[in-house]
Design a protein around this ligand. Sequence first.
Ligand SMILES: Cc1cc2nc3c(=O)[nH]c(=O)nc-3n(C[C@H](O)[C@H](O)[C@H](O)COP(=O)(O)OP(=O)(O)OC[C@H]3O[C@@H](n4cnc5c(N)ncnc54)[C@H](O)[C@@H]3O)c2cc1C
Length: 344
Amino acid sequence: MVGQTGPKIKIAGAGPSGLTAAIVLAKAGYEVDLFEGRKAVGARFIGDFQVIENMSREEDALEMLKRFGLDTNFFIRPVRQAVFFDHRLRSQTVGSRRPFGYFIRRGSEGETLDRGLLTQALAAGAKIHYQTRIKPEEADIIATGPATPDGLAKEMTFTTSLPDTVWVLFDMNLSPGGYAYLFVLDGIATFGCAITRDLSRINHYFDRSLQRFHEMISFPIENDRTAYSFMNFSLKGSAQSGGRCFVGEAGGFQDYLFGLGIRYALTTGHAAAESLLKKRSYDLLWKEALGPAQEVSVVNRFLYEVGGNRGLSLFIQRAGRGDLQDYLGGGTALPGGSVWPFRS
Ligand SMILES: Cc1cc2nc3c(=O)[nH]c(=O)nc-3n(C[C@H](O)[C@H](O)[C@H](O)COP(=O)(O)OP(=O)(O)OC[C@H]3O[C@@H](n4cnc5c(N)ncnc54)[C@H](O)[C@@H]3O)c2cc1C
């Protein structure tokens, strides 16, 4: 444990963004107090698989974690292949040479990302206060996650006899503005339906998407747990206000195309810590760190919405033609490289 004689810092929210900032600052000798509104870290999740995307930037996510000084003391597994389905259930296997993502788990128990980062924060000397909400103006770093429900997901985790599976179904009628997914690793499964429209009918879309997967393959569901969770998408020019840094989804940082916000959360949590340590502008640091990735995902989200199921089918076909990572990370027609099929 690092001796704590440095400046005092208060962080509101102990998700990936707040915990990353806490680890970096506590390791540098800051006296860090983390305030978490819930009883435990990761409490809005249920042990579900999520993916740290590895497409939007050249640097591999594992290298990035190392550069941030974060250990991989949590479940983490590379993803190199997936099957995408369109609304007619036409499938396309997509893959990449280097992993296009890393599966991790989210939640309060076991080898989740949340618990792993918490262990590192505590080992570095940070203190955590559960079931304690502080006002934003009392915190130096605001890491409180999504503030407005721009998107909603219903997820189920269960055990199953299915083999390892990474399936994603793109159908605007079954998951409006989103997608449905089935991930199975070592007999543990996550099924989810994420939508960005008609949020009050999430149960309907979840049930219909699950039925659609069952049309492709019948699979047993045991020991199931479900949860609802929302995400927010609100691009900001500045994430700094009154000397406070807004990190992760609290700052509107999110991948707008697929809602993959973890990498943004880790990156902005690290940038906020660096801004304090190096006395540099947080806005400049996160802009440097994220590059055009976030703006590109906004453009892609717009085109995703406009393209409908026909656009999604084209996207899937093209995604399967080469290396997924080159396709999703290397487009060039739109500023910063948009991948959407309508670019040509
Ligand atoms: C169902 C679902 C699936 C997802 N799948 C993926 C995926 O596969 N890949 C990916 O990259 N992203 C995924 N995301 C998005 C990802 O989970 C988030 O972008 C990420 O968790 C954001 O991290 P964060 O630290 O900003 O916020 P959070 O993880 O939301 O953490 C914020 C924390 O702050 C606490 N809090 C809130 N208000 C207060 C307060 N006032 N005071 C104190 N504490 C407070 C909360 O309890 C919470 O613990 C998914 C999201 C959902 C909902």
